[in-house]
Design a protein around this ligand. Structure first.
Ligand SMILES: Cc1cc2nc3c(=O)[nH]c(=O)nc-3n(C[C@H](O)[C@H](O)[C@H](O)COP(=O)(O)OP(=O)(O)OC[C@H]3O[C@@H](n4cnc5c(N)ncnc54)[C@H](O)[C@@H]3O)c2cc1C
Length: 408
């Protein structure tokens, strides 16, 4: 197979129809719904394994990593192919939500900033889902202000030695690798002394502990690094230049969360609630109908924002602050869905273990995370204000101050 020009925008009508049929045949067979098959899955393992199984089949069908080069495990196809694939995916249940961080954030960083050796070493197994990657940015005192991080990495011969703590690391316990940002220079202002590393999650000195969530799950973790040694070759990009890359990865994160894995107008949430209203004989209730319409409109707006973001991505490789608009739209949409779903299911929304409404109550609680994960809604509004609308910037008292002189 030859590698096509990935930037190519157009497919001939015949090629497109053929490729569309290929995608549809694959999805008909394999996109049968992810999830835990009704089994308890507090650590997210069943859902991840289901996503990996789907991804393995996708790889065997030559449809994984569509625009990535064949020599790095991709399909070597074009953005036009990717657009068709997303269109088709929009008609099926999402199968790879659990791979959002690995594929939506870590893979683009490897592809964009990795050396040829790093890409050859890691991209193919990431694309196939054989090895899943996590993101280790947040720390107990560095979440919104992630540049204030205190985890240190010190060069020792051919190795870096990492000490510190990360927190809220989604699926770390099931991942083979993670991308870490750590402080490598305390003599310069906080944004200037950060580097990015690829860390094997089984390296000696890494301890992963689960965190219990409000919805009963334990899918994220705190991670302790004690004298963790990684090869110098695991530095991604240049030493002390990691902040620009961290910002890029956060933008990929916002696009991955906000734009979602599918293209087109995605009406999955309103469809689900309309069906629920029908089953409960409540579809004629004018108040619920009003809510359903509002939800449908929010979904359409969010989808249109996603389409614009994707169109912008075609122009440059790294997504810009506009990704925050999509991320914020996603959080607002989920909040509206949460409120309306509780109205639709009524008292059943309070049910918990082994009750028919348990899925709704868990869903209501878990959707709260959408306004925090990937940067809070307040931070998205700040970014949109500063960097999209050009309003005056937020005050930063530590500007230009060497990190070592900042108060603890
Ligand atoms: C489900 C989930 C999954 C996550 N997965 C990961 C992961 O895999 N890897 C990872 O590294 N992190 C992950 N995170 C962490 C996430 O990125 C942080 O929780 C988030 O950035 C907020 O940081 P914080 O929790 O420290 O809150 P803080 O930064 O302490 O914020 C507390 C409150 O203050 C507000 N605030 C802070 N600064 C400002 C400001 N300048 N202006 C206005 N308001 C402000 C915030 O909006 C928030 O309401 C995850 C979080 C969640 C919920």
């Amino acid at each position: 197979m030859t590698t096509a020009d990935p930037d190519s925008e157009a497919l001939s009508g015949e090629d497109e129809a053929e490729f569309r049929a290929r995608c549809r045949a694959f999805l008909d067979r394999h996109a049968t719904g992810a999830g835990s098959g009704g089994h308890p899955d507090p650590r997210g393992e069943r859902r991840l394994r289901a996503a990996q199984k789907f991804q393995r089949a996708l790889t065997e069908a030559g449809l994984a990593g569509l625009t990535h080069p064949v020599e790095y495990g991709g399909a070597g196809l074009t953005k036009a192919h990717e657009r068709v694939w997303r269109d088709e995916c929009a008609r099926y249940p999402s199968m790879t939500t659990e791979l959002t961080i690995s594929h939506g954030m870590c893979l683009p960083m490897l592809a964009e900033y990795g050396t040829a050796e790093q890409k050859a070493a890691w991209m193919a197994r990431n694309i196939s889902g054989e090895e899943v990657w996590c993101q280790m940015f947040s720390e107990p005192a560095a979440g919104s202000d992630v540049a204030g991080l205190r985890t240190r990495a010190v060069r020792d011969g051919d190795e870096w030695v990492i000490d510190g703590q990360k927190v809220w690391t989604t699926l770390a316990h099931l991942c083979a690798y993670g991308i870490v940002i750590a402080r490598t220079n305390v003599e310069v202002p906080k944004h200037a002394g950060i580097s990015m590393f690829i860390v094997p999650m089984d390296a000696p000195g890494i301890e992963i502990r689960p965190i219990r969530q409000i919805d009963g799950g334990t899918a994220f973790n705190e991670i302790f690094f004690t004298g963790v040694r990684i090869p110098a070759a695991n530095l991604l990009g240049e030493a002390d230049k990691g902040w620009a890359m961290a910002t890029a990865m956060l933008m990929y994160e916002r696009v991955a969360i906000g734009a979602g894995p599918v293209g087109g107008i995605d009406t999955e949430l309103s469809d689900r609630l309309i069906e629920e209203c029908r089953q409960r004989g409540a579809i004629g209730d004018p108040r619920l109908r009003q809510g359903l319409m509002q939800l449908r409109i929010l979904e359409a707006c969010r989808s249109l924002v996603s389409m614009r973001t994707r169109a912008e991505l075609k122009a440059g490789r790294t997504p810009g602050p506009g990704g925050s608009v999509g991320k914020l739209a996603w959080s607002e949409l989920l909040a509206a869905y949460r409120d309306l779903s509780m109205e639709v299911v009524g008292a059943a929304g309070a049910a918990w273990e082994h009750e028919s409404g348990a899925a709704w109550s868990r869903n209501a609680l878990s959707t709260l995370q959408s306004s925090i994960a990937g940067g809070t809604s307040e931070i998205q509004r700040n970014i949109i204000g500063d960097r999209v609308l050009g309003l005056p910037r937020d005050i930063s008292a530590d500007k230009g101050v060497p990190f070592k002189d900042l108060p603890l």
